[in-house]
Design a protein around this ligand. Structure first.
Ligand SMILES: [Ca+2]
Ligand SMILES: [Ca+2]
Length: 231
């Protein structure tokens, strides 16, 4: 009984916390430390990461061109991390607004030329970079700075080579300094599939076991000595 009376007195003596809360409608001034963080500088971003594809007729896996991932250089030209662009095909992006383009990175099939185009209106185009062929096979990364371009629309096309075009990644930067540390994730190629089962090994194993059992059972009879004639 004394314990219950103690808690009753303690509760009545405690300050009413709800009364200390400011009304919801009261103006609130945040301290300086609560200000939102500064935006990530656009100079280090891939301008195509927020672009919209407006044309990609006949292109397979167009989404992998701007997903920020690239296969290891030397990977097969038509693997799952590369978009296949048909001959005379093109991929066109809308960057949303006119932006400066100072540097670019493209990973494409080694034996072709990949051309980067820029446009202010999506109709009149000018070449701003021709990424030439590469000596070694497979997907290969090319980079270029000092482009000094500005565009709202960009596109990439393939030319020359063997008429088989693929692009694993295309990135555009507002600063050439981004080329030293591009926002790019390299992925190792998938492991090769297991070797197919060769039935000839099974046939050889069965024959070996069969021959062993055959000769093992016949040996006592073949080696049995003839019984000596009785005198
Ligand atoms: Ca090619
Ligand atoms: Ca990619």
């Amino acid at each position: 009984m004394k314990k219950a009376l103690f808690f009753l007195l303690a509760a009545s003596a405690a300050p009413a916390q709800d009364a200390a809360v400011a009304p919801v409608s009261a103006p609130v001034s945040l301290p300086a430390s609560s200000a939102p963080p500064a935006n990530v500088p656009i100079a280090s971003a891939n301008l195509l990461s927020v672009a919209r594809v407006v044309k990609a007729d006949g292109v397979q896996r167009v989404e992998v061109i701007t997903d920020g991932q690239a296969a290891t250089d030397g990977d097969v030209w038509n693997g799952p991390m590369a978009a296949i662009i048909p001959p005379k095909g093109e991929v066109v992006w809308d960057l949303g607004q006119q932006v400066p383009i100072e540097a670019a990175l493209v990973q494409g099939d080694n034996n072709d030329v990949y051309i980067l185009w820029a446009s202010d209106d999506g109709t009149n185009w000018k070449q701003i970079w021709r990424a030439g062929p590469y000596s070694n096979d497979g997907l290969r990364t090319r980079t270029q700075g000092n482009l000094g371009a500005s565009a709202r629309f960009v596109k990439i096309t393939g030319e020359g080579g063997d008429n088989l075009y693929s692009v694993g990644e295309l990135q555009l930067y507002a600063s050439g300094a981004t080329l030293s540390n591009p926002p790019l994730m390299r992925k190792l190629p998938p492991p090769p599939p297991p070797a197919p089962f060769n039935p000839s090994w099974l046939v050889l194993a069965v024959l070996t076991v069969g021959l062993f059992m055959f000769f093992t059972r016949r040996r006592p009879t073949a080696e049995a000595k003839p019984e000596a004639p009785k005198s």
